[in-house]
Design a protein around this ligand. Structure first.
Ligand SMILES: [Zn+2]
Ligand SMILES: [Zn+2]
Length: 165
């Protein structure tokens, strides 16, 4: 006769899997324990008793840190215009949350202009409004009238990327 499945072990296995998954997704040990529905002290005790679990949790943490450092999929490099559409001062590139670039007027906060997308070199042929690259950099969209133009390619950068406009 087969012995009844040890419930405690099953629960523990489930908790360990949940904790490892959370850790892989960048959770701290405390958050991982919460995701696994156990106290962080319990998780610490388990990993003290179990070298394999200790290694797995450490490895999951390393993977998460690595994923955080991984650059976002690279977008085609495009030429962008450096004058602010509102006041014509020089535009600067900043990074939000350490990784998302955005463009903003160099006179900020005196001038409030900011954008998640860089300004295209030429203004709109229809309304002469400032135009901005799409998120994928495959087209240019006019802020004024909404006219969207496919990206005119003009060459290849020294990094082998296609250049627009
Ligand atoms: Zn400005
Ligand atoms: Zn327009």
């Amino acid at each position: 006769m087969k012995p009844a499945p040890p419930n405690q072990d099953q629960d523990r296995q489930r908790a360990v899997t949940a904790a490892l998954q959370a850790r892989q997704q960048g959770s701290t040990l405390r958050q991982a324990a919460a995701a696994a529905n156990i106290h962080v002290a319990t998780l610490c005790r388990w990993q003290q008793q179990d070298a394999e679990l200790r290694r797995a949790l450490a490895e999951a943490g390393r993977q998460a840190a690595l994923a955080r450092r991984q650059p976002r999929p690279s977008r085609p490099q495009v030429r962008w215009r450096r004058d602010c559409p509102l006041c014509r001062a020089r535009v600067v590139v900043r990074t939000a949350r350490g990784r998302v670039p955005f463009w903003r007027c160099g006179r900020w906060p005196l001038c409030p202009w900011a954008s998640w997308r860089p300004r295209a070199p030429r203004n709109c042929p229809r309304c002469n409004g400032p135009r901005f690259w799409s998120a994928s950099r495959k087209s240019v969209v006019c802020d004024g009238c909404g006219l969207r133009t496919k990206r005119p390619l003009t060459g290849v950068s020294d990094r082998g990327e296609l250049l627009g406009e």
